[in-house]
Design a protein around this ligand. Structure first.
Ligand code: ADP
Ligand code: MG
Length: 447
């Protein structure tokens, strides 16, 4: 009965999607079973599964539900030719190419280029990712993306995969975590199927390995990775790698691998700055508002969060999600007060702990001065300007009062601090060198 209803749904999909889309995406699906609330399909590659889930998932689910009200979820499994039941193997003969299953990790449907907010800290990484997705001649190989947790490495890699798959559906794109790579490798060893393993990995057009620092210290996995890497580079296939730090800083990585990783383009994602955080918050809030149109959010809340929450975007997202959930549950608008109450724990953790002394030290270093210069009465511009910058940063990054700050800078009056803050604010508008200095120092101090 279930098979029949799937047959009916298939022919409806053929009509509604058109023949081409149907042949590319729906035809390769086989309904294996309906197990309670889950309808399980087999797919020849995880990419097809991802694609169908993302583009046609809701439609298929709705149609299944119309036939069987219990179904709440669909699940796609990749099944290799041998593992499939005989009637499925029969099918696969009529399909386009013999498919070597790509053992990829699933892609997150939200991680696309159009949902990636670009700012100074990530613009280079974004541009490089775009370039790779465009395809054409491979200009840098590998693309090596690195940066701290939650700065968008995985997001960019998935975006590349989605984009390539969008434009060139027959391209074989394999995205997986380094952990997954190791797991596959160990499985292949255990089941004595190194041949199959190599074939899988060497048949791809684009290979993306996320969090490669994971294989540091794991020697045979590294070896295999090295060979795979070389084989693909030799064939002119694109490789994209991510890690939490630069290749040179990953301990336990063999030298030959380290140097290979540096061959291509190495780009880092910098910690977010205020503008990027605000941009991300705006974009995420807009997305949330689409699903919860009744929630009101006060002006100033997003600015407050961009100021107060650390550089990790994941934490930022979590904060926003919690605010919206809270607001929709209690039917309140999101005010500044409510934000402070609802996010007290997150805000406490990311409270700035920068001290005036640290600011003085960093500023003195930056301008090649001694700390004592900043405290001294000297008024030469080369000393007075850095002193003003340090006062400005003390006012904006700590909660110290003006008189307190004045006292720490060699017993100066609070009006001197006010003057310094005004002066630096002015200069930031007119003098790009000062603006850059302040931004750089602020970033170092907040890191
Ligand atoms: P990483 O892999 O670097 O640890 P992720 O790519 O998993 O970080 O990003 C963490 C979260 O932050 C994800 O939900 C991602 O969508 C989001 N994110 C990170 N950077 C951006 C950005 N520039 N624009 C939109 N969302 C972002
Ligand atoms: Mg990641």
């Amino acid at each position: 009965m279930e098979k029949n209803s799937w047959g009916r749904i298939r022919s409806e999909l053929r009509t509604s999607l058109g023949k081409d889309a149907f042949n590319s995406w729906i035809d390769p699906l086989d309904l294996i079973e309906i197990d309670g609330q889950v309808a399980r399909f087999s797919v020849p590659t995880s990419f097809i599964g991802n694609w169908v889930a993302r583009n046609y998932g809701e439609q298929i689910l709705a149609q299944l539900q119309a036939e069987n009200g219990e179904v709440e979820r669909i699940d796609f499994r990749t099944v290799t030719a041998e593992a499939a039941a005989p009637e499925h193997r029969g099918d696969s003969v009529t399909k386009a190419a013999p498919v070597v299953d790509l053992p990829g990790s699933p892609l997150d449907s939200r991680f696309t280029f159009d949902r990636f907010v670009v700012g100074k800290p990530n613009e280079l990484a974004h541009a490089a990712a775009r370039r790779v997705a465009e395809g054409g001649e491979v200009t840098f190989n590998p693309l090596f993306l690195y940066g701290g947790v939650g700065l968008g490495k995985t997001h960019l890699m998935h975006a590349i995969a989605w984009d390539i798959q969008d434009k060139r559906p027959d391209a074989r794109v394999l995205y997986l975590s380094a952990e997954q790579f190791m797991y596959r490798f160990v499985q292949a060893l255990r089941f004595k199927d190194m041949h199959g393993f190599k074939e899988q990995f060497r048949s791809v057009d684009v290979l993306m390995v996320d969090d490669v620092q994971f294989i540091a210290g794991k020697n045979s996995t590294q070896d295999e990775f090295f060979h795979t890497f070389n084989a693909l580079v030799d064939q002119g296939k694109q490789i994209v790698i991510s890690a939490d730090r630069a290749p040179g800083e990953i301990e336990g990585l063999e030298d030959r691998i380290r140097s290979r990783l540096q061959w291509g383009l190495v780009v880092d994602l910098h910690p977010t700055d205020y503008e990027l955080r605000l941009g991300i918050l705006h974009s995420k809030a807009e997305a949330q508002l689409k699903t919860m149109p009744d929630v009101q959010i006060d002006a100033g809340v997003l600015e407050f969060l961009a100021h107060r929450i650390s550089s990790n975007v994941r934490v930022l997202e979590g904060a926003l999600t919690r605010l919206f959930a809270f607001a929709s549950l209690v039917g309140r608008e999101i005010t500044l007060d409510m934000t402070q109450e609802c996010l007290a724990d997150i805000l406490r953790v990311s409270e700035r702990k920068v001290t005036v002394e640290e600011i003085m030290r960093k500023v003195a270093d930056h301008y090649n001065l001694r700390m004592s210069d900043l405290l001294s009465p000297r008024r030469a511009r080369a000393i007075a300007r850095p002193r003003q910058v340090a006062m400005f940063l003390s006012k904006t990054l700590t909660s110290k009062s003006l008189p307190d700050i004045g006292r720490r800078f060699g017993g100066r009056d609070h009006t001197t601090v006010i003057h310094a803050v005004k002066k630096v604010e002015e200069l930031k508008m007119t003098d790009s060198q000062i603006a850059e200095d302040v931004e750089l120092l602020r970033r170092m101090l907040e890191a």
